[in-house]
Structure formats: C-alpha cells, structure tokens
Design a protein around this ligand. Sequence first.
Ligand code: ATP
Ligand code: MG
Length: 567
Amino acid sequence: MRYSRLFIPTLKEAPADAEAVSHKLMVRAGFVRQLAAGLYIYLPLGQRVMEKINRIIREEMNAIGGQEVTMPVLNPAEVWQQTGRWDAIGDEMFRLKDRSGRDMCLAMTHEETMTWLAAHDLRSYRDLPQIWYQIQTKLRDEARPKSGVLRTREFTMKDSYSFDRDEEGLARSYELHLEAYKKIYSRCGIRFSVVQSETGMMGGSMAHEFMAPSPAGEDEVALCGACGYAANVELAQSNPKPQHVLKEWSNVNYEEIATPERRTIDEVTRFLKVTPELLLKSILVMGEKGPVLALVRGDQMLHEKKLAKLIGPHRPAQKEEVKQFLNVPAGFIGPMGHKVRKIADPSLKQGAYVAGANKEGFHVKGVSADKHFADAEFVDIHAAAAGDACVQCRKPLNIERVIEVGNIFKLGTKYSVPLKAAYLDEQGAEKPIIMGSYGIGPARIAAAAVEQGNDENGIIWPFAIAPFHVLIVPVNVNDVKSMDVAEELYTALEEKGFEVLLDDRDERAGVKFKDADLVGIPYRVIIGEKNLKEGLVEFKERKSGRVEKVKIEEAVEATAKKLVMEA
Ligand code: ATP
Ligand code: MG
C-alpha cells in the first residue's frame, strides 16, 4: 500500500475531552473519529487493526469447535420478555417500535436469540454439545460513554454461547473458552490476567474476566503475586492489617469523649491523635427497603458493589434522613442502639473502637462488636486494598487498574428454562440445555494494546495486530535512486507476504518520521541519499528505537528475517 493513496488523517492535537492515552493516540494517529458520544468511525488503519484482531479471534474460536453465525441486531421484545430482561434492564437498552407498533430493541447481547435458536433446532442429546459464535454489532445506551473506543454505545463483540447436556459438559466448554481466550490475548500481544468475577446481569454460577492492566481501565483487580489469587475488587476478599493498638488503648472502658465539630475520620483521628484503624465508620445508606447502617473500620473503604449484593441499589443518606431514622446529627453516628438493619464488616469482630456517640459533639471509645453491635450481620463489605493480606496465602495483595477485555460465564439454565431450550436424553426424558456465554471486546483489545504500547511520540503496536508490518520511508522521493531501492524493497517484501506501507509522499523527512512514530508500525526501513552512496539503508525498530545499517543487496533478506521472527 502506498501512503499517498491511503487515508491517514493524523492530527497534532488530541481531542480536548480525551483523557485516556489510547483515546488521544488513536484519534491523533488517524485510526478512528468520533461521530457523536460513544459512536466511532473506524478509518482505514483502525479497520485493519480490527480485522487482524477479529481474525485471531476467529482462528481460536474455530479451533475449539466454535461455529460462526450471525444474529439480527434488531430483536422482537418477546424473547427479552420471556427471560425477564425486557423489564430488568433499564435505560441501557435501545428500544423502539416497528411500523405496526410492536416493541423491538437493539440487541445489547444475544443470550435471548441464541437460546431461541437452540430451543427451535436442538432436540436430542446427539445434537450436543454446540458452540455458536458471532463477531457482530451490539448497542448499549451506556450511561457514560468514554475513553475513546473503550466504552462506546455501538461496538463489535465476539460473543459465543455453549450448549451442553450437563454441568460436566459446561465445565468442558468453559475450560475450552478459558484456554482459547488466553491464546487470543497472548497472540494479540497484550498483557492480561484472568480474575474471578461477578455474574452480574448475565446471571449464572461462575464467571471470570480477562483484564488488561492500564490506568485507563474502569475496573480494579486484587492480585496476589505469591499464590496467584486474582479477583475483581467487586468480590475480592482480603484480610486487612490487624488493628495496631497503642498501649493506652488496649483496655479502654466505654467512655464518651468530647469531639466538638470533629465529624470525619480525618478530623477525629487528628484530634484524638490515633490512627484510623482505631475508628469505626458508621455509614447510613438508603436502600430500596429502607435505611441500612453499614459499619467498616476507619481505615477501610466500604465497597458499594459488595453492599449492593446484599441490599440492592442504594445511595448515601442525606443529613435529614440520618436525623429522621437514627435521631443523630450526621458525623456522630455510632453503631449502638438503632433499630435499622446493620451490616458490619467481619474485621470489626476484633478490637475496640472509637465511634460516634450518637449525639452532637461526642464520640465514644471502647466500642466492640460483642458488647455494642452483636445484632449486626457480619458480611464482607470492605474493599480489598493494596497491602491487605491474601485470604489464601496471607502474602500482601496488589491492586491494579485494568481494562476488561473479555469475560466468560457459566449460565446454567437461566436462559434455557424460560425459553424452553430442552433436549431429549437417551431415555427420552426432556432436560434443559446447560449454557455458557462468553464475550470479547475487540475494540478494547486494540485500545489496551495502545495503552500498554506507546511512548511520547505515539503508538507502538504489537506486531500481530499492527496495521502494517513494515514502513518503507524514502527520505527524498524526488531522488530516482532512492525511489528505485524503495520500490524494489516494497515489491520483494510484499511478494514474501508481508504487509508493507511505502511512504511515497513528497514531504519533509521530519513530517514523515513524526507520522511514522505516531502511527506505530513495528519496523521501518529508511532510505536516505547519504546512506545509499555507501550502499546502505537503515532499519529501525519502533519499540526499541534501535537503528541498524544494512547493505542494499541484503536489505530484503535482513528485513524479511526480522519480520519472520516476529510473526
Ligand atoms: P463493562 O463492565 O465494562 O460494562 P460488561 O460486563 O457490560 O462490560 P459484557 O456485557 O460481558 O461486558 O460484554 C463482553 C465484552 O464486550 C466485555 O468484556 C468488553 O470487552 C466488551 N464491551 C462491553 N461493553 C462495551 C462497550 N460499551 N464498548 C466497547 N466494548 C464493550
Ligand atoms: Mg457494561
């Protein structure tokens, strides 16, 4: 391909609202353009990257017996009503009516239609197992489309679905996907970890997420370097450091202390000259069934999602609500008394604490679980933090920010029962099909690759998903000799099956090199007049910046050798 014929609109400036590196670079380097919030156009270079990612996904899905199908994006409401998700899903679903007034939606995932197909066309145990997949458009009216292609309202997903006779079959299909996914991300050249995750709106009994470390991610995972424990912080367990009790605090009596105007953990610890783990945080939230008092240690953070699993959606109570339900001024709540539901983190079972005294201007010391809030439910609601002990091996945990690039779910019969996807076993008995569901976001793989591979000058693509393998840059296109060498190299490498981009633009060297760094093609052959006089061309690796001089006669072979080693 010739640069002059290819549409690569590079930009000096990143979009004003872009924060994620991948967002800035993919726009600046001419891979994507934003049409509207969460709606992206893939330009030729972006398209090439996506096609490469999709090809790798296809190869690995086919290798585990996946069969590619295509489901309609436009869905009738009925299938979604049958599983209950028509009502369970809120504003995230794009809904519309057809010309005769029938309810329709734009599919945000395809469990419903895939299960519909299974219900109609899988009959006997002989038809099982099946793995069906597609790489196709999903639509979601995301609350906060952001970070370029990482969270968009229209995106491609590889989604697959497995259909098995029993749990053992499902375990096999799940394992096949787990292994295929590892191969896919490794081949795409991104760093990732596999973590335990919540089943969320998919339902089901087991789930894992594939997480690519990046500051642009919206998830956090807890990882143990020692034993390999890995979980999304939404469910990660941890043992916070034991309470470090000062001598004078080891045997305190229950006693009020005046703490005028000191409400926050920060204010109280400074005033009493104690560390935050000696404090007890009492947080009133409003759930759907009324107020709930959540209790965590002063140095711990309450995890909203862990609490939501117990009480459903909730929000912090307002001052007036604290007064109304607890009859306490905000900032001075303690766990003693109160008729509301109480949920305490198990780390509070040990130790004596300073807590609000349930009256203006006072705290109390010597508060303990057995004496003062034994009536609470003790459930893990703290967020695992860096340095907490691993629950498996007690070594310190790391917390990492990550991009979710894929996930796998054991669904069981959550969809097959309501949609009546059943099969007849050897005895002729009707049984529900056992299902799994598995997603990958190809755009997130591309963005994660950029997040993990870049420098101040631009993108550094992994070889396997780079838009081209090698860029040939004749510095002066008006020099006949330079162009002859460039064309020769171009043809020879293309004939060997490499993807070559020839920068045939009549531009200053500085412009060409800047664009080359920005676009991030892994290898570059630079043809300059001075080197040519000595019979040499330059070979440059984008990642390391290493430059090597190669004899013209050997340039094709030398370049081909490097590329083969990468491929
Ligand atoms: P998230 O928690 O990030 O919203 P999700 O749990 O909703 O993701 P799934 O519904 O399981 O994601 O979709 C499967 C995969 O599709 C995800 O792992 C992710 O890689 C990708 N994906 C999901 N939502 C988006 C989006 N809005 N834009 C781009 N890719 C997405
Ligand atoms: Mg989502």
